[in-house]
Design a protein around this ligand. Sequence first.
Ligand SMILES: [Zn+2]
Length: 330
Amino acid sequence: MTLPAPADEVAPRLWRITTPMPARPPEVHAYLAALDGGGWMLVDGGLNTGAAWSALEAGVRAAAGGWKDVRVHVVTHMHMDHVGLAARVRERSGAAVWMGRLDAERMAHAAAHPDDEADYRAGLLGRCGAPAEMLRTVEEARRGAEPLAPPVTVDGTLDGDAGDIPGAPGWRFAWTPGHTAGHVSLFRPGDRVLIAGDAVLPRITPTLGVNRQRTDPVGDYALALDRLEALSPALVLPGHGRPPEDGVARIRELRTAADGETDTIEALLHTDGRTCWQVVDARYPGREMPVGTRMLALRETLAHLDRLATARRATVRTDDEGAARFARAS
Ligand SMILES: [Zn+2]
């Protein structure tokens, strides 16, 4: 067996560093870019595990000779497989950490108000019409879980639809919400290379779901893909898996898939109202789902239901238990 190289040069002056994950997907990519005028920019990191840290360090050593010239660290989004090593990277390199504004705010809020998170989950499950034991199971699972990463304070936030990245000449960011509210992708206009984070993945559609920061994450994602397509990237580098052979075609495919999901969920509605919980059961009949998977399915389905209601393709009313009931618009 040949071990993978610690860092692959995937485009001129741009290296990919792959770090392992214990479950699916099996790996996540960080990227390391040599900057015009010297210095390096790291994009993402990996999970906060010893194995991921070793792989990241080996990659940084192979490509940049070590941490000392890594000046900028951009995190595409707040999920643990992308942000988990940020505090260690900062300690080791002193690089300035940048994130999309909404994700930075979300992380700071979650760290400062952990009780809010439980309240939000309870409200969400109530709105979905979930049985009471679901809430108990979710909170028990949470209580057992270790905090996944030490909190990191960002040095600045990337705000607006697109713009320059401070300290990283030659690179721009684009706000690409959907998978998270503050997700950003990075673009090098000189050769039209796109570091897409989880906004564009080769085989699966990134998970989308209701969140408390944006009202229409599915619509957000469609606009994010339009924004990326307009950049006409020559190479699309995803957060997981291989680069798609034709990046623009993949972006278009994901755009169609998001609309297709909304249509699928619309077709599951009746003229009498159904809760999100019932729609998930109809969407995955007979499937046993672990609590985390069920939670994702609820958040994603609710996002599509909200989109249908906003577009007046469905009606919604609140029942006596406080659950939202969606019906096909006649
Ligand atoms: Zn990811």
